[in-house]
Ligand binder design. Structure first.
Ligand code: NAI
Ligand code: MG
Length: 357
């Protein structure tokens, strides 16, 4: 069996970290005879520079044919002045919506070796292992109408639309209930049902789903409280499900509990389990080209790819174990450096993971 993996390095540190993840994938490909074929394409600013569009036809065609996609990051100051429709981010949003990657899974796991890197006290975060399930192709990021309009009084008004259909809520709900069922049977749905009608419907549909999943204990929380609870007592959560914008913010907040955004992988899946995998962080223009970025979020994203899109649990576990091993060895990129550990470059970190494999 052969499977096509599309690599989209993108901008900034993207090419540096994807190169390390590719080497790791190539190694497990040999070791576990996975039959992976690799292709590469342009996206984001790199695509804008070469083809004047953040998502070229060729990239989209390759993405549709791929079994899974590994993306670095897009964007950077070079393209910041462009109008919204032409920005690098459009490449990413276009891929998400074209492939209907509606389910974004963002685990926040605190590695015991990095406990001191968390902004919270060790007893509050030790052993933290939560999963945020974020709806990714609807809500206010995609709702119509949107824009900036001129009012009669001469003022301009910016506006976006926050809308979800029942079916959009139900399909992300099912992903979250399934995940909760496979973990600890605990799901917290986050909304703003005291103010926003769209999330009153969200809450109703989530309640409905408990009939399909009687074994999962569902609770609800308002998003402002959830933001507080995540820093007060994050271990009360196991799986969190929420809409696109709340999920964007809460998952970055949860990321910080684990020490560094450089450690956090993510998966975005459609209903055929085709997926795009990427680190949670951006293109880090401040450190791009220096060879010091942490490649582990991307390497861990490759492990999620093997697990969720390719069904290769054993290879995924091997990568995760190798990452844990290099942390045990005290190797750290600059973002996770602490007393008594050894600073390594992006390439050296990749080498260490290969060696551990
Ligand atoms: P960022 O995540 O790129 O950087 C935030 C901070 O974290 C920076 O100090 C950076 O050096 C550090 N950092 C990020 N990844 C790291 C890694 N692997 N190793 C070590 N340190 C790391 O977010 P920022 O600065 O808000 O955005 C920079 C650019 O990235 C913008 O153009 C933004 O639009 C884009 N972006 C792209 C995303 C994507 O492609 N999925 C997501 C978020 C931002
Ligand atoms: Mg974000």
């Amino acid at each position: 069996m052969s499977r096509n993996i599309l690599l989209l390095p993108g901008d900034g540190i993207g090419p540096e970290i994807v190169a390390e993840a590719e080497r790791v994938l190539a190694r497990v490909n040999d070791r576990f005879s996975l039959g992976l074929n690799f292709e590469q394409a342009l996206v984001g600013g790199a695509a804008l520079d070469a083809c004047d569009t953040p998502l070229p036809e060729d990239t989209l065609a390759k993405a549709r044919q791929a079994d899974a996609i590994l993306l670095g990051a897009v964007g950077g100051p070079k393209w910041d002045a462009l109008p919204m429709a032409k920005r690098p981010e459009k490449g990413l949003l276009g891929l998400r919506s074209s492939l209907e990657l509606f389910a974004n899974l963002r685990p926040a796991i605190l590695y015991p070796q990095l406990a001191s890197a968390s902004s919270l006290k060790p007893d509050v975060v030790s052993g933290l292992d939560i999963l945020i399930v974020r709806e990714l192709t609807g809500g206010i990021y995609f709702g119509q109408p949107r824009g900036v309009r001129h009012l009669e009084n001469g003022e301009r008004q910016g506006y976006n639309t926050y809308a979800y259909t029942e079916s959009e809520i139900r399909r992300i709900g099912r992903v979250a209930f399934e995940a909760a069922r496979q973990r600890n049977g605990k799901l917290c749905s986050v909304d703003k049902a005291n103010v926003l009608e769209v999330t009153v419907l969200w809450r109703e549909v989530m309640e409905d789903l408990t009939r399909e999943y009687p074994d999962v204990a569902l609770s609800h929380m308002y998003v402002d409280n959830a933001a507080m609870q995540l820093v007060r007592a994050p271990k009360q959560f196991d799986v969190i499900v929420t809409g696109n914008m709340f999920g964007d913010i809460l998952s970055d907040e949860a990321a910080m509990l684990t020490g560094s955004i450089g450690m956090l992988p993510s998966a975005s899946l459609n209903s055929q389990k085709q997926g795009m995998y990427e680190p949670c962080h951006g293109s880090a223009p401040d450190i791009a080209g220096q060879g010091i970025a942490n490649p582990l979020a991307t390497i861990l994203s490759a492990a999620m790819m093997l697990r969720y899109s390719l069904g290769e649990e054993e290879a995924a576990n091997a990568i995760e174990a190798a990452v844990s091993q290099v942390l045990d060895q005290g190797l750290r990129t600059a973002d996770i450096l602490s007393e008594g550990t050894r600073k390594v470059s992006t390439r050296e970190m990749g080498e260490a993971v290969l060696a551990a494999l």
